[in-house]
Design a protein around this ligand. Structure first.
Ligand code: GTP
Length: 601
């Protein structure tokens, strides 16, 4: 094989538009998966499914005009929450199939991935899937694709990944439209490490994309990142499972096994070169940056060791999650985890619940704010570390919050509702346009705006779905930081602050949020033997208050009537103990109350 006969590509698709089905069809059509009598090789497909979550699908051979091609399908996550993973898989690709469901039309999710692909100069092959469905509207969807992506309708392929119709056109287009990778066989070895997995017998297996030069078994390599040296003990391609080969050529993607003992040695984004022949490392090495943080606690505090073990095990396979021990006076021992985005958090939470097999408490998510002091800038994601008063503090210059550029695609009749929703969440630069020919029933509109990240990490997505009857789709990309008027809100029970309840909120929302929370607290805190004020405060200002009235234990009930002295004595005792309690100020806040208010679900 020479470079000219290699094609590296990925599939970009909105969830459920048929990415896995198309991948299966391609593997089948190229004979990579042998079909059994029922037409499917379930076992291989299931194993691939597991691998797919890890990010690679496979290498396949394809013959056209008497030429043999090696097609490498590299999986790309469908959302920019995983922007680092998106970009790392794009380093290995020269083209992408943009797959759109012909009955659903273009959806917002994956728009950002499309933009990332285009920015990187990848050749895009637009593909309409599910044309076998009676509800398919190819012309209308092509008009949308033209409007959103600027794609010429004539370039769009029509396929059904289910029936296999049009699959050969896809293979031909991959060969004809996507350029072969560049790279010199004679060049100095330069390999980009884009993923790794752990094998019990062989240790760390890394997935690499050869940018230049040839990599052979027995070669001695160096990591640009750690400067550690290794010897290649095995290498090969995924066809669809690992198949050893003698060498990997420029442009090829494949796996390598060297004597790497620990997963932490395989740095995603690292560049490998031959010992003694240094090269410039590939640009863009940057570790994943956590943007959404949440505390995770066991419901039963005795279960902490079990939770800890589950978290540690899961973060071995998803190293983009940052972990830090945290303890809260209210919730006990737990962890503060950092995620790439809210979608990433949901995925991890689901996996954790499956792995741990028990309920967990996930506290309301927060985002990293930048507090600009006179002499330094601190990134703060835990309300506890946020300055109490910003505006009067001579030390703090300003506070900035992360913002995103959001896109919503929705049937026209819901546009007004979606705009309201965005404005309720501090949207700015709101803009919209109609997709396709106007006047058609149920036409689509695309709304764009900037939103603070903090506004979309909680329940924005649920609201978006319910207020559009499930029709709206949503995507966002990072848009940097912006100065913002943020304050720290604390809650006081019987004038004592409760650390676990502190929040960072926008000044414009302090009243409504303060009131909402004290009401919530009022509902869940059991009455005490004394009156308990529940207050929300910003700095020294109290902005909301509810009072929990005292529970008057009838201490005299059951005593003989008329025994006046004894009755008085009991009442005195009660007063005294009340006074004591007030002084001590302890409000018995049951764990369940915390769970009720802090848990996001
Ligand atoms: P995720 O893995 O959830 O991201 O979805 P996906 O994009 O991989 O979609 P998947 O391949 O799982 O397909 C989603 C659903 O669409 C499945 O029920 C498929 O059977 C169905 N489907 C896929 N392609 C076609 C097609 O060409 N025609 C029809 N009628 N159904 C299809």
């Amino acid at each position: 094989f020479s470079c000219d006969n290699i094609r590296n590509f990925s599939i970009i698709a909105h969830i459920d538009h048929g990415k896995s089905t198309l991948a299966d069809r391609l593997l089948e059509a190229t004979g990579t998966i042998k079909m059994d009598s029922k037409g499917l090789n379930r076992q291989v497909l299931d194993k691939l499914k597991v691998e797919r979550e890890r990010g690679i699908t496979g290498n396949m051979f394809y013959q056209q005009n008497n030429l043999r091609y090696l097609l490498n399908l590299i999986d790309t996550p469908g959302h920019v929450d995983f922007s680092w993973e998106v970009s790392r898989s794009m380093v290995a690709c020269q083209g992408a199939l943009l797959l759109v469901d012909a009955s659903q039309g273009v959806q917002a999710q994956s728009l950002s991935v499309f933009h990332a692909a285009r920015e990187r100069g990848l050749k895009i092959i637009p593909v309409l899937n599910k044309i076998d469905l009676p509800t398919a509207q190819p012309d209308r969807v092509k008009a949308q694709m033209h409007s959103i992506f600027g794609i010429e309708p004539a370039d769009v392929l029509h396929i059904s990944a289910k029936t296999g119709e049009g699959i050969s056109d896809v293979l031909r287009a991959i060969v004809e439209r996507i350029p072969p990778p560049s790279g010199e066989t004679t060049g100095k070895l330069k390999a980009f490490l884009f993923d790794s997995l752990y094998d019990r017998y062989r240790g760390v297996i890394s997935l690499v994309s050869i940018q230049d030069g040839v990599l052979c078994k027995g070669d001695r390599i160096v990591s640009c990142h750690t400067r550690k040296k290794y010897e290649i003990t095995e290498l090969g391609i995924m066809h669809p499972e690992e198949v050893p080969t003698a060498q990997l050529l420029p442009g090829q993607v494949g796996y390598i096994a060297c004597n790497m003992k620990q997963s932490s040695e395989a740095h995603i984004g690292d560049t490998l070169h031959r010992v003694g022949y240094a090269v410039e490392p590939m640009p863009g090495f940057q570790p994943a940056k956590a943007m959404v943080f949440a505390g995770i606690y066991p419901v039963e505090s005795n279960d902490f060791p079990k939770l800890e073990e589950s978290i540690k095990r899961l973060t071995l396979t998803d190293r983009s999650v940052t972990i830090q021990r945290e303890s809260s006076s209210a919730l006990g021992q737990g962890y503060r985890l950092g995620f790439l985005g809210s979608l990433h958090m949901d995925v991890f939470r689901q996996r954790l619940e499956d792995e741990y097999e028990a309920n967990i408490i996930v506290t309301a998510p927060t985002v990293p704010y930048k507090v600009v002091y006179r002499d330094r800038t601190a990134v703060v994601s835990n309300p506890t570390d946020f300055p109490d008063i910003v505006e009067t503090s001579s030390q703090v210059r300003e506070v900035q919050e992360p913002i995103v550029k959001a896109t919503i695609i929705v049937p026209e009749e819901y546009l007004g509702e979606m705009m309201d929703l965005c404005f309720e969440h501090r949207a700015e630069d709101v803009d919209h346009r109609y997709l396709g020919t106007s006047g058609e029933a149920s036409n689509r509109a695309m709304l764009t705006c900037t939103l603070p990240l903090s506004e979309i990490v909680a329940d924005f997505f649920d609201k978006l779905k319910s207020r559009s009857s499930g029709f709206a789709s949503f995507d966002y990309e990072d848009a940097g930081y912006k100065k913002s008027n943020l304050v720290k809100m604390i809650f006081l029970l019987n004038t004592k602050p409760v650390d676990a309840l502190a929040l960072i909120v926008h000044r414009s929302a302090e009243q409504s949020i303060g009131r909402m929370w004290v009401k919530k607290l009022h509902k869940v805190i059991p009455r005490q033997l004394f009156e308990v004020p529940i207050q929300a405060a910003v700095g020294k200002r109290i902005i909301a208050r509810e009072t929990l009235s005292a529970l008057r234990a009838d201490v005299t009930a059951g005593l003989y009537g008329g025994h006046y002295e004894r009755k008085m004595k009991h009442l005195e005792n009660q007063k005294e103990s009340k006074r004591k309690m007030k002084r001590v100020g302890r409000v018995d806040l049951p764990q369940e109350a915390f769970f009720d208010i802090l848990s996001t679900r």
